[in-house]
Design a protein around this ligand. Structure first.
Ligand code: ATP
Ligand code: MG
Length: 557
């Protein structure tokens, strides 16, 4: 599905008209994350939209850190956000920008409003201010400080800025309308005192602009033509426009809203994701179970599949929840087309081929991919002892079981047909080894007796393989909507969301597996090497996703 084959969405239509009718000469968008956490899949929707539109219409997209609240922000988040945007395949125009780059200008504009009689210093405590604000049904009341003179306001704001007052003791508010039906217009706070160092500006400031005051003005400074945000800012738009109209800004950006991405079986809120990290439910922001961009990357999800997913879900103004299966579909689709094939035995069972010459080893060849001739073929060492999956053998089975059964035959993938002759058990009665015979006249052809084995199973050489650990992830939550209503989302964390298999045996080619390269472990799913755990001798592989959607079925059983 490409943008060419899909009908245009409302923002594409708006932009096309604005350009055609000359209302804007060049499209400029921005992606404005607050550096207070790692980006998640919801942000990917906004990134693909903003950068995608800029690309489509020959414009530019800025990356702007919306850093007006030093209390929750951190340089670590700044770096992670840059890495994630680039990894998704996008490049911002020029240098990364910060709202804090504009603190001087914003401060001057606050003074401009005071001079125009459109802003005042208010000494109501936060609780009093809330009371005066009124409610959706009741209008607000004017603050007793609303009629301070311009001179007094200039003096008080200068003293606020100089650090003379305590946090919370006063704030600068725009003088708009305490009876406005839209609460955002009831004299919103535009500057507040925060005696706190900032990750970009250090100790320079002890007053910081509010998001509402900073955002539109930053858009204007950067010449943003279309300021695209999510629907919860719809009610802020009159305020956005009020500031633009009442300040000598260099441009007139316009705000447009679209629906956020909600995804079932997970949460997309930095605050909640941070809680999962801080309370140890996961092993960091980039834990492969997290819906963060860095978690998805570590899990082996490709940037192309995230972009494809964002294309599939489209852009509308209607709030809805997207099924996780859709993201999984996009991930699987991309990996199926591009991931080299390999074999890995998760729970090994030793198989000795009694009639294979002792000490002999040969090299078999296997294709890198069933249809992609450009992917290199693999060399598979084959010898007297191999490992197969424990669950691929049964002493007895009915006809539906198309794997190895005692006395019957099966084909080892890309290799020979073998027959199970004898089972060796330990004292506890567990099967510890199989003695099989191999038919060496079956490479790429059926056995001479014409009896074609029904099943094909994967295997690895016991002498030449890579010992590895495999991590099987399941959904992070077992509730479809973990954070809807009164629920505490932490209550529905899926306790079985990680299974570690530490005695796995992978084919030799996987010794060279690179982080970021996905593989299909034949019959097992898609995997990639973990970037954090494992060693050269014993890599760790994360299961990105299973071969097909078995999840819904398992839940029904
Ligand atoms: P969170 O609630 O996770 O903190 P946020 O909106 O506060 O999200 P920001 O850093 O302010 O996070 O977001 C940067 C941009 O990404 C904003 O334009 C925001 O609208 C957009 N965005 C955030 N979450 C989503 C989402 N779930 N779907 C689409 N866009 C999103
Ligand atoms: Mg935010």
């Amino acid at each position: 599905m490409t943008s060419e084959s899909k009908p245009a969405h409302f923002l594409q239509n708006i932009i096309r008209e604005d350009l055609a009718e000359g209302r804007v000469s060049q499209l400029t968008t921005r992606f404005p994350p607050e550096p207070n956490g790692y980006l998640h899949i919801g942000h990917a929707k906004s990134i693909c939209l903003n950068f995608g539109l800029a690309k489509e219409f020959g414009g530019e997209c800025n990356l702007r850190f919306d850093d007006t609240n030093p209390a929750k922000e951190d340089e670590e988040y700044v770096e992670s956000i840059k890495r994630d945007v680039e990894w998704l395949g996008f490049q911002w125009a020029g240098k990364a920008k910060y709202t804090s780059d504009y603190f001087d200008q914003l401060h001057q504009w606050a003074i401009h409003l005071i001079k125009e009689g459109k802003a005042y210093v208010c000494d109501l405590t936060p609780e009093q201010a809330r009371e005066y604000r009124g409610s959706l049904k009741a209008p607000g009341k004017n603050s007793p400080y609303r009629e301070r003179s311009v001179e007094e306001n200039l003096d008080l704001f200068a003293r606020m800025t100089a650090g003379e007052f305590d946090e919370g003791s006063c704030s600068l508010r725009a003088k708009i309308d305490m009876a406005a039906p839209n609460i955002n217009l009831r004299d919103p706070v535009i500057y507040r005192i925060k005696k706190m160092a900032h990750h970009q500006t250090g100790d320079k400031w002890c007053v910081y602009p509010s998001y509402d005051f900073a955002h539109g003005q930053s858009d204007a400074i950067e010449g943003i033509s279309h300021s695209i945000c999510t629907l919860e800012f719809e009610d802020h738009k009159p305020l956005y426009d009020w500031f633009i109209e009442n300040l000598p800004v260099p441009a007139r950006p316009r705000q447009y809203e679209f629906a956020r991405l909600h995804l079932n079986y997970t949460v997309v809120s930095k605050r909640k994701l941070k809680q999962l990290v801080d309370e140890g439910f996961v092993d960091g922001w980039d834990d492969p179970r997290m819906p963060t961009i860095s978690g998805l990357r570590r899990r082996g999800v490709t940037p192309a599949s995230i972009r494809q997913f964002c294309e599939m879900i489209g852009v509308t103004r209607a709030d809805s929840t997207v099924d996780m299966g859709m993201l999984e579909y996009a991930i699987r689709d991309d990996l199926d087309k591009n991931a080299p094939r390999a074999m890995c035995v998760m729970e090994p069972l030793k198989v000795t081929l009694t009639n294979y010459p002792e000490g002999q080893q040969e090299m078999l060849k296997a294709p890198g991919h069933p249809v992609r001739d450009d992917l290199p073929s693999r060399e598979l060492p084959f010898g007297k002892t191999v490992y197969i999956e424990q669950e691929d053998f049964r002493e007895e089975a009915n006809k539906k079981y198309k794997r190895l059964v005692l006395g019957k035959k099966v084909r080892l993938r890309n290799a020979y047909v073998i027959q199970a002759d004898e089972v060796i058990k330990n004292e506890a009665g567990d099967i510890v080894e199989l003695l099989c015979s191999v038919d060496l006249d079956t490479l790429g052809k059926d056995p001479a007796d014409g009896v074609k084995p029904k099943g094909v199973i994967h295997w690895v050489s016991a002498d030449s393989h890579v010992d590895c650990e495999v991590r099987l992830y399941d959904r992070l939550f077992n509730d479809e909507s973990p954070d809807v209503g009164d629920k505490n989302f932490l209550d529905s964390v899926n306790p079985d969301n990680l299974k570690i298999l530490s005695g796995c045996k992978a084919e030799l080619s996987l010794a060279e597996a690179q982080v970021g390269q996905g593989y299909q472990f034949e019959r097992n799913g898609y995997f990639c090497r973990d970037s954090k755990y494992g060693s050269a001798e014993k890599p760790v592989f994360n299961r990105t996703i299973g071969l097909r959607d078995s999840w819904a079925k398992e839940q029904d059983n």
